[in-house]
Design a binder for this molecule. Structure first.
Ligand code: NI
Length: 228
């Protein structure tokens, strides 16, 4: 729940009273906010992006190799956090919601400037695979077999992620966007990991509901307008 102090710290126009579903949450910033300078590695994004329509927003799901809970490792979560933050600095996309589950990841993002989702996913996933393979080889070789895929030619590949692009869905309406954000945030509750989504450290729940960005900030300035 929101404390009065937290509520007071958030600009009033960011709040909505009644989000469908009955919870109080952040409202979508109004369109004038789009003209604020965008973030770059050193504070502002070089390219000013236009809101291109909800059809471009994507809900992505990808899983660990053979659905193993590799992301139970805090270390792995940090690699993934760092890779996502680095990808956002080099590729053009906004991150609107996310959750890291023990064996899979959901991201709600908005590619812009013609950025392909495939290149975003590669930029996010590859560094994690690289770090994990190197770390396990060095520190936990007994674990390696869990990550190994043996190709028909006998070659062994160390995998962190399940091969393939995972699940990719376009978001077409503001309602769907809200629904997906809520779904993403409730993942840890549905999985029985926590009773309150706020208790799960690896999601954007607190960024949305308490304006506390946590390990991976969301791109508030580009969220589309919505009348709730
Ligand atoms: Ni899930």
């Amino acid at each position: 729940m929101l404390t009065a102090a937290l509520r007071a710290a958030v600009p009033p126009r960011l709040w909505v009273k009644d989000v469908p579903g009955g919870t109080t949450g952040l409202a979508w910033p109004r369109s004038e906010r789009y003209s604020t300078p965008m973030r770059t590695a050193d504070g502002y994004r070089k390219c000013r992006r236009r809101y291109e329509g909800l059809g471009h927003a994507r809900y992505l799901t990808f899983s660990c190799y053979h659905n193993q809970p590799f992301l139970r490792s805090e270390r792995a979560c940090h690699w993934l956090r760092d890779a996502t933050a680095a990808a956002r600095d080099t590729l053009q996309f906004d991150l609107w919601a996310w959750v890291l589950m023990p064996d899979h990841v959901h991201l709600l993002l908005h590619p812009c400037g013609g950025t392909a989702v495939g290149s975003i996913l590669r930029a996010i996933k590859e560094p994690v695979s690289r770090h994990a393979a190197a770390w396990v080889r060095k520190n936990a070789p007994d674990f390696l077999w869990r990550m190994e895929e043996i190709r028909p030619n006998g070659r062994r590949i160390v995998r962190f992620w399940q091969p393939g692009g995972g699940y990719d869905r376009n978001i077409h309406s503001a309602e769907e966007l809200h629904e997906k954000i809520d779904y993403i945030h409730r993942n840890p509750v549905r999985a029985g990991l926590v009773e309150d989504p706020a208790a799960w450290p690896w999601s954007s729940y607190s960024a949305w509901h308490d304006c506390i960005d946590g390990p991976l900030p969301i791109d508030r300035t580009t969220l589309p307008p919505i009348d709730v």
